[in-house]
Design a protein around this ligand. Structure first.
Ligand SMILES: Cc1cc2nc3c(=O)[nH]c(=O)nc-3n(C[C@H](O)[C@H](O)[C@H](O)COP(=O)(O)OP(=O)(O)OC[C@H]3O[C@@H](n4cnc5c(N)ncnc54)[C@H](O)[C@@H]3O)c2cc1C
Length: 495
């Protein structure tokens, strides 16, 4: 495996000015003790020897009390582990468990509701573990969980291969998306990213390093994928690959109503004519919305015949047709993200709602939801997505979907701009919850990369017939109940 990001880590350590080494945890004050503190007689219990570094400097901890949502504050960890090895993660989890110190792994921190935060506990920054090794003969890639998908893509493209499914934005960690699911426009053919996993290494809540797959330690394999960090820290994944095509032709087709969009999407998903299929709502200048089908075809030499491909999809006006090389297509959100970062909007709060809806309810529900939404409810840089995925492709038990052959992802990705008159983040969160409760009533589920306030009862509804298996796995693999409390799913066992 290659280690290509070491300089970043070294400069980070210099930047935060890591100083006195942590030597232990003082159970009385529930604080980490540095060499100086320990020498001062704190009576701290010594931490294990580490290949990496434990940060406790307040300036170094502050970024880990925040995430892309900027909605949850005040959960500052007591320490952050920059692991030098998987053994560091195992050793620190073994140390934290009996002391009831909560632990959360963190990839790129792109969740929006504090899911990777842990007040007064230990955050494990997976960034330093980012090695990638492609096996062209087997058409697999072996990655450490801190690697970001853009780096995985580049390593695979060097062999003419690619992971079959990407999320819309690829600067995220493999561990972070495998803990959630990983949905994108190619999921209609290949399922979610979690469905492309062959094997995982997981450090459980007892600090054991377990290699698991569908045939080996299957209970852990099924609870770790889309398991929201509840049963262990994913440290390594083996993923399937497919040949990468050279070029991509993308079509954007416009519709006046939700029902017209979804009718065209159903037709296209049924015959699988596109390699990639998504859809969105776009605000009209005078108010209201129009809808867009986005479909793409991958090819090598001969470009697809446009008329044969889209002629029967009943759209309005001229289609927008764009050409990309394959990498440019997979990463086509990069310019927009660069713009949002430059304008500062990237750093505004993100009260995101992500729902999966049963086919039969989608048209009426989304039509009503859109009638109640204005640009102010979503924010100027907000995005609304609507696209179908056949349920048979989504095979990971904990990636919960409605009981319907076809499910629609309906994502209202709001940005709470600080402008006067804009809807505040708190009101957006309330609106998310209202949308969720309506969807829950007809069997809709959340896609849990969102900021929808959930109760304990909601989580039981979310997991439905998988709830008891998930809870049993939690008790078995995280008996101290220390892992990833920011998801808010399980309470800690007594004692
Ligand atoms: C601009 C943008 C676009 C997005 N588009 C999509 C999309 O198209 N499709 C989609 O599916 N999602 C999308 N997402 C959501 C994104 O995939 C998830 O939020 C993902 O979890 C973020 O990965 P991360 O590395 O930032 O994880 P983090 O936010 O750091 O962590 C996410 C959760 O996973 C846990 N975790 C992290 N690493 C591990 C590990 N190694 N083992 C176990 N648990 C771990 C954390 O504790 C936390 O609970 C988008 C997000 C953004 C910001």
């Amino acid at each position: 495996m290659t280690h290509d990001r070491e300089p970043d880590r070294r400069s980070f350590l210099r930047a935060v000015g890591v100083g006195a080494a942590v030597v232990g945890f003082d159970a009385g004050s529930r604080a980490w003790a540095t060499q100086a503190g320990a020498d001062g007689g704190l009576g701290a219990e010594r931490v294990p020897h580490l290949d990496g570094t434990l940060l406790t400097d307040p300036a170094a901890l502050a970024p880990y009390a925040d995430d892309f949502g900027h909605l949850v504050t005040g959960r500052t960890p007591s320490a952050v582990l920059l692991p030098g090895s998987v053994g560091d993660i195992a050793a620190m989890i073994r140390y934290c468990g009996p002391r009831r110190i909560d632990v959360a792994p963190r990839g790129q921190g792109h969740q929006c509701f504090g899911q990777a935060q842990v007040k007064a506990g230990l955050v494990i920054d997976m960034g330093p573990l980012h090695a990638i090794a492609v096996d062209p003969a087997r058409r697999t890639v072996e990655v450490q969980a801190g690697a970001v998908w853009s780096a995985v893509l580049d390593a695979c493209l060097a062999h003419g291969l690619t992971p079959p499914v990407f999320t819309d934005y690829i600067e995220r960690s493999v561990g972070g998306t495998l803990s959630a699911g990983g949905l994108g426009g190619a999921a209609q053919h290949h399922g979610a990213q979690v469905d492309t996993v062959v094997e995982l290494d997981v450090v459980t809540g007892t600090g054991e390093v377990v290699t698991c797959s569908a045939h080996r330690h299957a209970e852990l394999f099924h609870a770790a994928r889309a398991g929201l960090g509840q049963v262990g820290v994913i440290t390594r994944a083996v993923l399937t690959l497919v040949p990468a095509r050279a070029r991509v032709r993308k079509y954007t087709l416009t519709y006046a109503t939700v029902a017209e969009l979804t009718a065209a999407q159903r037709r296209a998903v049924r015959d699988g004519r596109f390699d990639w299929l998504e859809g969105a709502a776009a605000a009209l200048p005078g108010g209201g919305w129009q809808y867009q089908l986005e479909g793409a075809v991958y090819y090598d030499a001969a470009a697809p015949d446009d008329q044969a491909l889209i002629g029967d999809l009943g759209f309005q006006g001229p289609p927008v047709v764009a050409e990309f090389d394959y990498r440019g297509f997979v990463d086509d959100l990069a310019p927009a993200i660069a713009y949002l970062k430059a304008s500062g909007e990237w750093y505004d709060p993100h009260p995101w709602s992500d729902l999966l809806l049963p086919d039969a309810a989608t048209d009426a529900y989304v039509t009503a939801a859109m009638a109640g939404l204005t640009l102010a409810d979503v924010g100027p840089s907000g995005v609304i997505l609507l696209y179908p995925i056949p349920r048979a492709r989504l095979r990971t038990p904990l990636l919960r979907t409605p009981d319907s052959d076809l499910v629609f992802l309906f994502a209202v990705l709001r940005t709470a701009a600080p402008d006067p008159g804009a809807l505040p983040a708190a009101a957006m969160l309330e609106a998310n919850r209202a949308l969720y409760l309506q969807a829950q009533a007809f069997g809709g589920t959340i896609y849990p990369v969102d900021s929808i306030p959930m109760t304990a009862a909601d989580w039981r509804v979310q997991y439905g017939d998988q709830w008891s298996a998930f809870r049993a796995a939690k008790h078995r693999f995280d008996p101290h109940g220390i892992l990833t409390p920011g998801q808010g799913i399980f309470s800690r066992p007594a004692g």
